[in-house]
Design a protein around this ligand. Structure first.
Ligand SMILES: Cc1ncc(COP(=O)(O)O)c(C=O)c1O
Length: 399
């Protein structure tokens, strides 16, 4: 297989929706991936928060193999054993009582928005449909989740958008308070804004948001598509805040690489989605649910993975802060929780990402000037030290 030819074909046959790096990855194990030319990379991006257990974790591979031999897909017109087992597992490990499965983060958010609107209609009448989200948020690429997303650059050209969304400044409780009105049905927030540069909600903010939502009988939806399934050191990021949301959405890491999304909600909403009111052909099919069960069971059974995530996250932020002392004119800020880490720099960061890739490290640039690190939970201190050395070398060339 000639990788140059493959890239040419890709450029010819695919929509150019991504600015792809000029490598084709062929195989992965744990922290490592290899391209078609045999070059090895250490992956600190995890498919953007997807491969929580690294590449091709044996338990996930075996679960997929076994399930593929037994039953890959059946319609949701029948009961699906792995789907029911996964729902029970998620409910037992969270605040939620009911789960709806879909195929992506955007679809999970669509489901949450539909659920919130219909619940509000049933409880309060049809005027109350407005959803408040945050500026710089990211909730997906469908027309409605783009409408929820508080970043104009993603929305431009796709108008008209879905009405009924109002955007407020993130971490600014006064702004939220002044946006709440008699039409507000829900507040939808990411505990950490991932796509806009790893911006962490403060505890005071989320606690006060919860209080306001309760006071006004408004639903609190947390978009945990990027923060969920362990990357912050807890299975769900809301656990860091001592609050209970009404709805959360999951995607990315849930299937350990298999495409699955989920929307989970409190029992009071169980009758809102009745027969025929919402659905998805592939949502929660046997194959992806088997992968998700293996992923979550591995994270939880091991126990140590979550506590190590917090420890190693702190260690990594410490190492990056040492770099900040060394390069105070370049590095502006280190942010994050657990192994979801952003390093804001004083320039566009794609060149630094490319230089790291040339040295065998995969990282990512988000929001233009924030280097994003999302290693899998199996990362070691040694991997972190090696990456920091590489960054040291790369940044040194920019001084
Ligand atoms: C917080 C958040 N919500 C939703 C999405 C959309 O997920 P998907 O790309 O699976 O539709 C993303 C993707 O980056 C995300 O980070």
């Amino acid at each position: 297989m000639d990788p140059k030819r493959l890239i040419e074909d890709g450029n010819h046959y695919l929509f150019h929706t991504y600015n792809r790096y000029p490598i084709v990855l062929r195989k992965g194990r744990g922290m490592k991936v290899w391209d078609y030319e045999g070059r090895e990379y250490t992956d600190f991006l995890s498919g953007i928060a997807v491969n929580v257990l690294g590449h091709c974790h044996p338990r996930v591979v075996i679960a997929i193999q076994k399930q593929a031999q037994r039953l890959i897909h059946v319609s949701n017109l029948y009961h699906i054993a792995p789907q029911i087992r996964l729902a029970k597992l998620l409910v037992n490990k969270s605040f939620a009582d009911r789960v709806f499965f879909c195929n992506s983060g955007a679809e999970a958010n669509e489901a949450a928005i539909k659920l919130a609107r219909k619940y509000s209609l049933m409880q309060h009448g049809d005027h109350r449909h407005e959803i408040i989200t945050a500026l710089n948020s990211f909730h997906g690429r469908t027309i409605t989740t783009l409408s929820a997303t508080g970043q104009t650059q993603f929305r431009k050209g796709f108008e008209p958008l879905t009405p009924g969304f109002r955007h407020v400044e993130f971490n600014n409780i006064e702004d939220l308070k002044s946006a709440i009105n008699s039409n507000t049905c829900a507040v939808m927030l990411e505990p950490i804004q991932g796509e806009s540069g790893i911006r962490v909600a403060t505890k005071e903010y989320l606690v006060e948001v919860r209080r306001l939502c309760t006071e006004h009988d408004i639903l609190l939806i947390l978009d945990e598509v990027q923060t969920g399934i362990g990357h912050t050191g807890k299975l769900f990021a809301y656990e860091h805040y001592g609050i209970i949301p009404d709805i959360i959405t999951l995607g990315k890491g849930l299937g350990g690489g298999a495409p699955i999304g989920a929307m989970m909600a409190k029992e009071k909403m169980k009758n809102v989605f009745g027969t025929g009111s919402h659905g998805s052909t592939f949502g929660g099919n046997p194959l992806v649910c088997a992968a998700a069960i293996a992923t979550i069971e591995t994270i939880l059974e091991d126990g140590i993975l979550l506590s190590e995530c917090e420890r190693l996250g702190e260690y990594m932020r410490g190492r990056l802060n040492e770099l900040k002392k060394e390069f105070p004119d370049i590095i502006l800020n280190i942010r994050g929780k657990g192994l979801l880490i952003g390093m804001e720099i004083n320039r566009e960061c794609s060149q630094i990402v490319t230089e790291c890739m040339k040295r065998g490290y995969l990282i990512n640039c988000t929001a233009g000037n924030t280097i994003r690190f999302i290693p899998p939970l199996i990362v070691t201190q040694n991997d972190i030290d090696n990456l920091t050395d590489v960054l040291d070398d790369v940044l040194g060339r920019f001084v």
